[in-house]
Design a protein around this ligand. Structure first.
Ligand code: C2E
Ligand code: MG
Ligand code: MG
Length: 644
């Protein structure tokens, strides 16, 4: 490319040189002719004109004129100033010729033109006119110029003179050679300048192209490959794994609580942390592996020909966890890693990445660090993806409905609260239970929209002057909801909007959700509790909440998981667990709720254990508001303490 440019600019400069040289040459020729013309004029005015008496010249000159001209010719020819001199009359015919040539010949056009007053000069050689004879003589400037005489001066004839071109040429050529030399030097300088310019421009362009290519494929902050290059590398690794019958691992790493660091220490420090971690990842992996920043606090790693990916990724996780100094502050950050192994888990990169994402989600939700994809974890089939798409519109189109299930205070079995349970009246699939779509929503930001919808609808129903306005309301929230910094203020704003007092709202959060991000959850729950909202730990017993963590939380209620309750009368172990939770709750000064109460036996046993509240099909199934209201009208159903 550059060679083409260099050669083409050379051709252009050379072309310019030729054109300029040709124009100089023609200019020099013109100068030569002009010089010849003025010399001829001088000869005519000073040498010939004074010899003439003012009569138009005839066919022959008189003796005096011939003598004068001979003398003039003698002087000029001898001094080599003139090669030939002829005098013509106004008809153009030769009247005098220094060498006797040209008499009787037909006048040339130039001679006729001069007879009419013009001065004509031509570059020629002696004896090359059609009327001339003899060998071709030296180069000459042939000039025809009018001769004038008399008073007043008028044209009487024509002077034809051949002046030697050699001396004129020497003069003109020396100037021309100087010009050629200067021209050559100028052109060489111009070419060198163009060459230097093009070298620097080409280098600049090449750097720009390299930079643009880099930017298109890399993350600006960490300079790691971006998602698109990662995809490409992953594809290559998968192809190699298939070809060499080895394994390639594709892992997605997500930093835990990075948002908190960003919020508290500022984006600048967050960026510094990401850059340092990126360097660590690169240092940890081998050159044939790939590390990329997939966005935010998410990194991707491809491990080629890997024997024990889980072990390697555990070590990688430790490397991330090692203290990093950011702005002089020692920080340690945990991460969750989801990974897949190709070809076992698939050979399509898009599918592999989606599966690694599912594994990552599980790792994050279960706090298990490194998790390999397992099809049983996967809820991302095409049907579910379509359902997530529909859900967004469902919320806007009010396709969701709330069913309310009463919570009965024991032992009197009076309603003390209802729990809002969401359902989806899907246009084609019918009424969908929350298990079908809430877990899907929880994997996206849609869960925020969904929870907001539930909260607004429940509070709006509570604010109406109905039976519902007398009791408390439980609303379920997901781990992802409380990970948003604005959740508490959103709840408080919703309470204000509907004019519902905070102590009538119970936020139910499952024990496992609480464990997703315990310290952050503690902050959000404390904020809600300060405002007067009660906190209930749902499905309690299936997670492994540490008792010290539990006692540190501003919790008001433990809701025993229905898995222990429903069969507690037939399963002594479950019975023991329920009894222990009831005792634990009371010892921590918490109310204890048993969910999934389906039989009188279970209800009786719970009463004996001193459980405070029971909820289950025995009392009522979740029902829409228009069925709940008549159900609640039975005054005996509402707990007197709930009445205001
Ligand atoms: P959960 O909060 O533990 O709700 C109790 C679930 O058990 C409800 O299922 C309820 O219908 C069911 N249930 C109640 N009594 C009995 C009983 O005696 N026997 C049996 N076998 N089941 C009983 P549902 O409505 O299908 O909700 C399932 C889960 O979906 C809820 O569990 C809750 O975790 C979640 N969920 C429901 N609504 C929402 C919501 O608005 N937001 C969020 N984030 N999650 C929700
Ligand atoms: Mg619940
Ligand atoms: Mg539950």
């Amino acid at each position: 490319m550059f060679a083409i440019y260099a050669v083409s600019s050379l051709v252009m400069v050379a072309g310019l040189g030729f054109v300029l040289a040709a124009s100089y040459r023609s200019e020099a020729r013109q100068r030569g002719l002009a010089e010849g013309r003025s010399e001829a004029l001088l000869v005519a005015e000073t040498g010939v004109d004074p010899l003439l008496d003012g009569r138009p010249l005839g066919a022959r000159l008189d003796r005096d004129e011939i003598t004068g001209l001979d003398r003039l010719v003698d002087r000029s020819v001898r001094s080599h100033n003139v090669l030939r001199l002829r005098v013509r009359n106004l008809a153009g015919n030769v009247a005098f010729s220094d060498d006797g040539s040209g008499f009787g010949a037909t006048p040339e056009d130039d001679a006729v033109a001069a007879a009419h007053g013009a001065t004509v000069a031509r570059l020629t050689h002696l004896n090359t006119d059609i009327n001339d004879h003899g060998a071709t003589g030296p180069a000459a400037v042939e000039v025809y110029t009018p001769l004038t005489a008399g008073t007043p001066a008028h044209q009487v004839g024509v002077l034809e003179v051949y002046l030697p071109y050699a001396p004129i040429n020497v003069d003109v050529s020396s100037g021309l050679h100087r010009l050629y030399r200067d021209l050559l030097a100028g052109l060489v300088a111009l070419y060198l300048l163009l060459f230097a310019l093009s070298v620097s421009l080409t280098q600049g362009l090449r750097q720009q192209v390299t930079r643009n290519k880099f930017l298109a494929e890399h993350d600006l902050l960490t300079e790691l490959p971006n998602r698109s290059l990662f995809h490409h590398r992953a594809q290559q690794a998968v192809r190699d794994a298939v070809a060499t019958q080895s394994h390639a691992a594709l892992a997605i790493i997500d930093l835990d609580r990075f948002k908190e660091i960003n919020d508290t220490l500022g984006h600048h420090n967050g960026d510094e942390l990401l850059t340092k971690l990126a360097q660590r990842l690169v240092a940890f992996t081998r050159p044939e592996d790939a590390v990329a920043r997939l966005g935010g606090d998410e990194f991707g790693v491809v491990l080629c020909d890997v024997k024990n990916p889980e072990e390697v990724l555990h070590r990688l996780r430790e490397v991330i966890e090692n203290e990093v100094e950011v702005s002089g502050l020692p920080l340690s950050i945990e991460s969750s890693i989801g990974f897949v192994l190709s070809p076992e888990d698939g050979i399509e990169v898009d599918e592999l990445l989606q599966r690694a994402d599912v594994a990552l989600y599980v790792a994050k939700a279960q706090h298990t660090g490194v998790v390999r994809y397992d099809p049983s974890q996967d809820h991302y089939d095409a049907g579910n993806l379509a359902l997530i798409g529909d859900l967004r519109h469902a919320i806007d189109n009010d396709e969701l409905v709330l069913h309310y299930q009463p919570k009965m205070a024991l032992p009197h079995r009076r309603v003390e609260a209802v729990e809002a349970l969401v359902r989806w009246e899907h246009p084609s699939l019918g009424l969908l239970s929350p298990d079908r779509f809430v877990p899907l929503a929880e994997r996206t930001d849609l869960i925020d929209k969904l929870t907001q919808w539930v909260l607004q609808r429940a509070l709006s129903d509570m604010s109406q002057k109905t039976e519902l306005s007398q009791i408390r309301m439980s609303v379920n929230v997901s781990a992802r909801n409380i990970s948003s910094g604005e959740f508490a203020s959103q709840v408080i704003a919703a309470l204000r909007k509907h004019g519902v007092s905070a102590d009538r709202l119970i936020i139910e959060i499952t024990e496992t959700a609480l464990l997703t991000d315990p310290s952050h959850a503690a902050v959000v729950l404390a904020e809600l509790a300060t405002f007067g909202v009660a906190i209930s730990i749902d499905d309690f017993g299936v997670g492994q909440t540490s008792l010290s963590f539990l006692s540190s939380l501003p919790v008001h209620e433990l809701k025993i998981d229905q898995g222990f309750v429903t069969d507690m009368t037939s399963d002594p172990a479950h019975c023991a667990i329920v009894r222990s939770i009831v005792d634990l709750g009371h010892n921590l000064a918490l109310r204890v709720v048993a969910e999934g109460v389906e039989t009188e036996d279970v209800a009786g046993e719970l009463c004996r254990m001193g459980c405070d509240v029971a909820q289950g099909y025995l009392f009522a199934r979740p029902m829409p508001l228009d069925r709940l209201r008549p159900w609640l009208t039975d005054a005996t159903r509402i707990h007197p303490a709930s009445l205001r």
